[in-house]
Design a binder for this molecule. Sequence first.
Ligand SMILES: [Zn+2]
Length: 55
Amino acid sequence: MLATFDWCSVCGLPFKGTDRWQVAPGDDWKNRAPDVGLVFNEAPAHEICLVYAAR
Ligand SMILES: [Zn+2]
């Protein structure tokens, strides 16, 4: 639903041309799962929504 309608995964509002942000794992994650590589399994969100979610 999020991808189909281009909605933010945190607030559910549309992006309307604003940037989409995703959280990437840090270097410590690469050491724990060296064969997996960099994987994004979170839907994108607004920048302010990710900051809010991190707090
Ligand atoms: Zn949002």
